[in-house]
Design a protein around this ligand. Structure first.
Ligand code: SAM
Ligand code: SF4
Length: 512
């Protein structure tokens, strides 16, 4: 753990040369004038133009800023309907009918920053501050594993006590936890830790890479510089816009080639943020040949004492959220799209229909929230979520358990995946980009989704969910037999069927 004072630590965090090296002629990739120009010059797109653009996404090609601006500017609701359908079609082509599940673990709410919208901000004196000990991390992880989770996103505030060394230690602890499954023969563990953490230097990011970090996620919050300045006091570390803007570039350089971006929707005009997310993807492609692994679009939620969270003039309606997701799905067809338990169950259902690929369930975001949940396990229901405003960053919209959400998806023939194979067998970064763009990754993932779904159903599912899940599996297995891609790969399929049988007989963690 760091022995530095907050001031000393702050001074050493930002390394200007690790910003400047990515600039072009001293400029970053967010050119406000250009973005407004894109939006203004593509104002009245006609039907034929939009259909041509949709066709390009269906061929899994990333759209240009002009094309994306045209989609954003569509006024005709009938054309939006066509775009919603196309968005789902793109998702099915690249990612098939599966949803990947994860759960967040909040390890500390200590924070030196003062973001106007966040319950963890330094000046929120009502927040009960806490950083998890090693023992508490084990307890929290055990609950998540017992619930059936395999993929975690670890989250920290920014503070010297939760610096990179603390992160590395906590990751090692999380990976070491194993717990017998409640029903089947499996022993559960977290197989992939993604992280959502403050921007870091290349050398710190390399330390995370060395202990097996999955995806590194940093949200820019808002790409609009004047709004960014208002939300993040300039004397704080987070006040440095460009240090944050190039966080993912540095991660790529450190070897972490699954990076994830996002914007906190509600701080500024959603149209501007969507265009900026696209420019971010384009710059990553330009400098590293790899776009973002996922994009997130958290909406601003109620947070203790935050004026902006309640009264921002840019709060995004449900209908606008659907449009945001649809445009992103079409504009960056290869990227994963995440919707979280910030949103209520109805919204989550609706957004899955326009191309979401990942979501969470059983989520607790209070520090130590999962252990609390375990104490009240029998009372852990939708209406008794035990959320505490003074211990968490914001209030969740969906606190249902994993089993219930998986069951709901199974009713719609959607398969849940806990696959972590891509990262562990080198299908990340540039390699996965190529596979996604050629719609091949979705096929590998289908096989691994089947294997991990079977594990989940046998080890963790309630009887009702298991019954429904087996039906989904039967349908999936039939589809494999009739699909040309799989028919042309008899060796791979021989291996898959062997694995499937072994998993059915109790072996675990086999992947293609
Ligand atoms: N402290 C790190 C940072 O800011 O990058 C990482 C953790 S922070 C807890 C994770 C994310 O939570 C932020 O990037 C922000 O987008 C989101 N967040 C903060 N306040 C929120 C609110 N009121 N509603 C929804 N999301 C919020
Ligand atoms: Fe701290 Fe992150 Fe919250 Fe800002 S968003 S106050 S940096 S935890």
């Amino acid at each position: 753990m760091s022995q530095l004072s907050v001031k000393e630590w702050t001074d050493q965090v930002i390394q200007q040369d690790q910003i400047d090296k990515y600039l072009i002629n001293g400029e970053d990739f967010i050119d406000e004038e250009q973005i407004y120009n894109d939006l203004n010059t593509n104002k009245a797109p006609d039907k034929q133009q939009i259909r041509r653009i949709i066709q390009k996404s269906l061929e899994i090609e990333r759209l240009s800023p002009a094309e994306t601006a045209a989609l954003i500017n569509v006024q005709d609701e009938e054309i939006w309907e066509e775009m919603y359908d196309a968005a789902l079609e793109v998702k099915q082509k690249v990612y098939d009918n599966r949803i990947v599940f994860f759960a967040p673990l909040y390890l500390s709410n200590l924070c030196v920053n003062n973001c106007a919208y966040c319950g963890f901000r330094k000046e929120n004196k009502d927040e009960k501050r806490r950083i998890l000990s090693d023992e508490e991390i084990v307890q929290e992880t055990e609950v998540m594993v017992r619930e059936g989770h395999k993929r975690m996103i670890a989250v920290w505030g920014e503070h010297p006590l939760s610096d990179v060394d603390y992160m590395v230690d906590s990751m090692k602890t999380i990976y070491s936890v194993e717990r017998d499954a409640p029903y089947g023969p499996g022993t559960g563990s977290i197989r992939r830790i993604n992280i959502n953490a403050a921007p870091m230097s290349i050398s710190d990011l390399r330390k995370l890479w060395e202990v097996g970090v999955g995806t590194y996620q940093v949200f820019q919050e808002t790409y609009h510089k004047p709004t960014y300045r208002k939300m993040h006091p300039p004397e704080t570390i987070k006040g440095n816009y460009r240090w944050r803007l190039y966080a993912l570039h540095r991660a790529m350089e450190a070897g972490i080639d699954d990076v994830a971006t996002g914007a906190l929707f509600g701080l500024y005009d959603w149209r501007f943020e969507v265009m900026s997310l696209l420019y971010h993807a384009i710059d990553l492609e330009r400098q590293f040949n790899i776009g973002p692994h996922t994009i997130s679009f958290p909406r601003l939620m109620h947070a203790a004492g935050s004026e902006v969270a309640e009264n921002s003039p840019y709060l995004v309606s449900d209908d606008e959220l659907k449009k945001i997701i649809t445009v992103l799905r079409l504009a960056v067809p290869y990227t994963g799209l995440i919707i979280t338990a910030r949103e209520n169950p109805e919204i989550r259902r609706e957004m899955i229909n326009v191309g979401i690929t990942q979501t969470d369930a059983s989520t607790r975001i209070g520090i130590g929230g999962y252990s609390e949940m375990l104490k009240k396990w029998s009372r852990f229901q939708e209406k008794d979520s035990n959320q505490k405003e003074d211990e968490q960053q914001f209030i969740l919209g969906d606190t249902r358990r994993l089993d219930e959400v998986i069951r709901e998806l199974a009713e719609k023939d959607i398969i849940t995946s806990f696959c972590t194979a891509g990262y562990r067998c080198g299908r990340t970064g540039e390699k996965i980009m190529g596979l996604l763009c050629n719609c091949v990754e979705g096929k590998f993932c289908k096989l691994n989704a089947i294997l991990t779904y079977r594990e989940y159903l046998d080890d963790y599912a309630s009887e009702e969910t298991r019954k429904l899940g087996y039906k989904v599996l039967e349908k999936e297995l039939n589809e494999l037999d009739n699909n040309e891609f799989f028919q042309e790969r008899p060796e791979m399929m021989k291996e898959f069927y062997d694995y499937y049988e072994r998993v059915s007989n109790g072996e675990r963690d086999l992947f293609i």
